[in-house]
Design a protein around this ligand. Structure first.
Ligand code: ZN
Length: 362
C-alpha cells in the first residue's frame, strides 16, 4: 500500500473511531458511511438504520459486514441533585468505567459532556477498595446543579450515552490508541475494501457492503440487514479482542501478527471450506494470518450465518487490545493486511467457488 493510501486510511479510521455510535444511535458513523460509499452505488437501509450498498458485478452476492455501533449506555434516571444513572448497552466491566469521560447524546440535540463519578480514595472503606463497583451503583456527573439543569439541556430518560475518547499515535510506529476500535476498524476495512472491489471490473461476484447497527446488544442489525443484502456468502469484519496479555498462553490474536481468521466462537462456526480458501489466499498473497478458536464472544456472524437456509460465513478480525474500554490499541499493519486479505478473498469468489462451499452432494 502506498504512503498516500495509508495516510488516507488513518484519517478515515480516526474519524470513524471518534464518531459517537452507541447501539441504536449510530447516526454519526452512518453519516461517514453515506459520505464514503454513497457516491459509488445506491444506499438502502433496513428499518433499524443499517446501511446496505450493492456494488457492481455479476455473480454470487458477497456481503461484507461490519457493525457501526460501539458499547455505550443509556440514561436510566435523573435524580434531584442532577446525577444521571445509567444502564450499559453492551458488555462493560466496572473496572474500566470509573472517572471515564462520556457524552450524553441529549434529546435536545446537544452533546453534554460528563464523567462517570467515583469516590476518591479518601472516602473509600477497605472493603470497597477491594471490589469492582457494580454499574448500577455508578452515576454520571455532568456538573449539573439540579434536575432542572438537565431538563433545560434536553437530557431525557432513554438518551444514548457514548464514551468520549482521543485518537493517539503511540510511540511505537503504527500503533494507535482510541475508543471504539471494536468495530470502527471493521467499518474502515469495509469502506476501503469495498471501494477497491467495486472498481474492479474483473470481479466474478457482486460485493455488498453492510454497515450494521446494534451488534453490541445482540447482532440485531446484521439479522435485519440480511433480508436486504440476501448474501450467498458473508465476510464479517471485526475489531477482535487481542490476547497478547500477561497470563494468557495459547495466543491467537497478537498485535502485529496479521488479521485473525475466526474459525468458531460459541455463536457461529465459520464455513470450513471458506476458512481453508481464506488461508490459501493469505498464503498466495504472503499475508500472515492468525487462526482462532474462541471459547467466548460472538460477532455478526451469529445472526448472518443463520439467514434464510444458511449462509457460509467467515470472520476476519483486526486484533485490538483493551476493547470495550475507552483506550483500545491496534497495529495499523493488521488493519492494512485485513483490507488486502478481504480484497484478495473476494476476488476468488466466483459462482463455482461459492457453490462448492455448500455442496454436500458427495
Ligand atoms: Zn464488535
Amino acid at each position: 500500500m502506498s504512503e498516500t493510501e495509508s495516510e488516507i486510511s488513518i484519517e478515515l479510521l480516526r474519524e470513524l473511531s471518534l464518531a459517537s455510535g452507541p447501539p441504536g444511535a449510530e447516526d454519526e458513523v452512518r453519516a461517514i458511511v453515506h459520505r464514503e460509499l454513497g457516491s459509488l452505488a445506491s444506499l438502502q437501509h433496513d428499518a433499524h438504520g443499517s446501511v446496505i450498498v450493492e456494488g457492481s458485478g455479476q455473480g454470487p452476492r458477497v456481503a461484507l459486514d461490519a457493525h457501526m455501533d460501539e458499547v455505550g449506555f443509556a440514561v436510566q434516571s435523573i435524580d434531584d441533585e442532577g446525577r444521571i444513572h445509567f444502564v450499559p448497552l453492551g458488555g462493560w466491566w466496572g473496572h474500566v468505567l470509573l472517572a471515564q469521560r462520556v457524552d450524553i447524546l441529549a434529546s435536545g440535540g446537544r452533546k453534554i459532556p460528563g464523567s462517570i463519578g467515583c469516590k476518591p480514595p479518601h472516602f473509600l472503606k477497605k472493603l470497597e477498595r477491594e471490589k469492582v463497583l457494580s454499574i448500577e451503583d455508578m452515576h454520571i456527573d455532568v456538573g449539573a446543579r439540579n434536575r432542572s439543569d438537565l431538563e433545560q439541556w434536553g437530557v431525557r430518560v432513554g438518551d444514548p450515552i457514548c464514551p468520549r475518547g482521543q485518537f493517539e499515535a503511540l510511540a511505537a510506529a503504527g500503533r494507535y490508541c482510541c475508543k471504539a476500535f471494536d468495530d470502527r476498524v471493521g467499518v474502515g476495512v469495509l469502506i476501503e475494501s469495498f471501494r477497491i472491489l467495486n472498481a474492479d471490473t474483473d470481479l466474478s461476484c457482486q460485493p455488498i457492503a453492510v454497515a450494521a447497527v446494534q451488534e453490541e446488544v445482540g447482532c440485531r442489525g446484521a439479522r435485519t440487514a440480511s433480508a436486504i443484502s440476501q448474501p450467498d456468502v458473508a465476510i464479517i469484519l471485526e475489531g477482535t479482542p487481542a490476547d497478547d496479555l500477561p497470563g494468557m498462553t495459547s495466543r491467537q490474536s497478537v498485535l502485529g501478527g496479521g488479521p485473525q481468521i475466526r474459525f468458531l466462537d460459541p455463536t457461529a462456526l465459520s464455513n470450513r471450506r471458506l476458512v481453508r480458501l481464506c488461508e490459501q489466499v493469505a498464503e498466495e498473497e504472503k499475508i500472515q494470518v492468525q487462526l482462532a478458536v474462541r471459547r467466548s464472544g460472538g460477532t455478526d456472524a451469529s445472526t448472518t450465518h443463520l439467514h434464510g437456509s444458511g449462509v457460509p460465513t467467515i470472520v476476519v478480525g483486526v486484533p485490538a487490545r483493551s476493547i470495550h474500554s475507552h483506550s483500545s490499541v491496534i497495529d495499523i499493519d493488521d488493519y492494512q493486511k485485513a483490507i488486502q486479505l478481504v480484497v484478495a478473498l473476494v476476488r476468488h469468489l466466483d459462482t463455482d467457488t461459492v457453490g462448492s462451499l455448500t455442496d454436500y452432494s458427495s
